[in-house]
Design a binder for this molecule. Sequence first.
Ligand code: NDP
Length: 253
Amino acid sequence: MGHLDGKTAVITGGGTGIGLAIAKRLADDGANCVLMGRNLQRLEDQAKGIARARAVQCDVTDAENVLAAFADARGDGAITVLVNNAGIASSAPFHRMSEEEFLRIQDVNVTGVFRCTRAVTDDMRAADYGRVINISSIAGLSGGPYISHYCASKHAVIGMTRALAAEWAKTNTTVNAICPGYVRTEMAEGAIRTIIEKTGATREQAEAELSKNNPQGRLLEVEEVAEIAGWLCHPNSLGINGQAVALNGGHSM
Ligand code: NDP
């Protein structure tokens, strides 16, 4: 077992991609993981493969649902590890970006992080301990075409991370963000499909196009993000607070 023995960790978007890899990593360190997302069947199927994990349905855009889901998760003990990973993306040139689409992305990627973090505040304050990890993006550190709404959301997450890190600094709680470049998940698959459809590129060419800003010239793997999350939960990482940890092969150096 490990240093997260007996601790309850909630991972939003825990049924797929990066969130699922993080849940496995935290379970390896002893955490009781609660996987949250909208697709309960998929969450339950994935939870079966992770020691002590269980699934709770939660739509992070629904404030009442968030409170109920976190109350359910609290049945496993105070929630002292939170990974705000649920996120959505789309692309559109700015002149065609509707207000509705802009707000749809903020509702999940920014207000969702607020709702979920708000829901664990009392747990962490009472325990005088906590780890909050927000999955931002390279798009939180730099700009890119056709994703003004997504960039705005991921920059906002870093702002919230820093503010909360300062506010909770005296409580043995750290709040950090991870900023990956393109990671091989369903989200990156969507971008690959768009490139293929729009340009007629082969799959290999589309992957190369997505990786072109990464000096290592490759997509990242979910386990690489999970490793950083595991490290941020380690007792020896207490001094790392309010950081936006870049994980993109040197894109943002
Ligand atoms: P996935 O599409 O696999 O994961 C997104 C997850 O978010 C799903 O599990 C989904 O579950 C959940 N989700 C979406 N909307 C909601 C909602 N309203 N309420 C609750 N859960 C929701 O992609 P990734 O694993 O790649 O993405 C995870 C995070 O990593 C995102 O925040 C993304 O922005 C970020 N990221 C991804 C990168 C990449 O290249 N893949 C690069 C940088 C950052 P369900 O459908 O069950 O609700």
